[in-house]
Ligand binder design. Structure first.
Ligand code: SAM
Length: 286
């Protein structure tokens, strides 16, 4: 069954009485070149189990299953279950979980389904939870080598920005804290059904296995980063004082000990400056 053929897709969806849900970010891929590329660049190969988030009708799931040893996929929309029974029936290496990815036990899925295999994540992410899903995957310290995902172009730009540049955000710091990120290729809006209003891009995060900070330090680091970026126009001293209750003088002292200007904004700090600053501030907060 060709899941990128528009009339085939329409026929399946009509037979199952399926209507697209905008709220669930349902824009299904119909460009035949895209899913094979995501699978090939996303570690879908022998020796790997791939976790997919959001199957739609299974167009990417199928390409992953053709290459990886096992595919486990989490899809929230119950209406898609009978559709997937039909579209993926020839595969015996796919397991579908009808769950919300934000609530699913991903550690358990990977441990049980991918025992003895390396693991990777591939997805065409629902745009309304791009950053929360990526941060969830990283913050949970899942035993995965890479996260290869399609996101909206603007999200890709933010994810792939340089830490310490105006284009960066909390998510930029997040992905660079946990690994290395790069943009793989762009995808035009016409590659989806229905077509969204913006173009997309596929990015890959190669996940570092070593922790940069101890668990309690890591928790404080992200608290500081989120507080700083939630008021990014303010100076860091102002935002940390209003969001986390730090005395401005304590922030000034820590900044000057690190040779950083007192009037700095969070977006100007490098990863090293951010981790050093958070270690100092955490000691003050204790
Ligand atoms: N992989 C398919 C494709 O490329 O055509 C579908 C991609 S579509 C952009 C996103 C999919 O994620 C939809 O099938 C949607 O129902 C599903 N989804 C949305 N929110 C979800 C959630 N919280 N947990 C799991 N799946 C979700």
């Amino acid at each position: 069954m060709n899941l990128t053929n528009i009339s085939t897709v329409r026929d399946i969806l009509d037979r199952h009485g399926f209507n697209f849900s905008k709220g669930l970010g349902q824009n299904f891929l119909i460009n035949p070149d895209v899913c094979p590329r995501i699978a090939e660049m996303g570690n879908a190969r022998q020796g790997y189990g791939v976790l997919e988030i959001g199957t739609g009708i299974g167009v990417l799931t199928k390409e992953l299953a053709l290459r990886a040893e096992k595919v486990s996929a989490v899809e929230i929309d119950t209406r898609l279950m009978p559709v997937l029974d039909e579209t993926l029936k020839e595969f015996d290496n796919i397991k579908i979980y009808n769950e919300d990815v934000m609530k699913a036990d991903l550690h358990k899925i990977i441990a049980e389904d991918f025992s003895g295999l390396r693991a990777a994540v591939c997805a065409n992410l629902p745009y309304y939870i791009t950053s929360p899903v990526i941060m969830l995957l990283l913050e949970s310290h899942l035993p995965i080598d890479s996260i290869t995902v399609m996101v909206q172009k603007e999200a890709a730009q933010r994810l792939c920005a340089k830490v310490g540049s105006r284009e960066s955000g909390a998510i930029t710091v997040g992905v660079n804290y946990y690994g290395t990120v790069k943009q793989l290729f762009g995808v035009s809006r016409g590659s989806f059904m229905p077509a969204p209003n913006v173009d997309s891009a596929v990015i890959r995060i190669d996940v570092d296995k070593e922790r940069r900070l101890a668990p309690d330090e890591e928790k404080f680091f992200f608290k500081m980063v989120k507080a700083g970026f939630s008021q990014r126009r303010k100076t860091l001293a102002n935002s940390l004082s209003s969001m986390l209750g730090f005395a401005k003088n304590d922030v000034y002292t820590s900044l000057s000990e690190l040779g950083i200007s007192e009037s700095v904004r969070i977006e100007a700090l490098t990863m090293e400056q951010l981790t050093n600053l958070s270690k100092r501030l955490m000691n003050i907060a204790r």
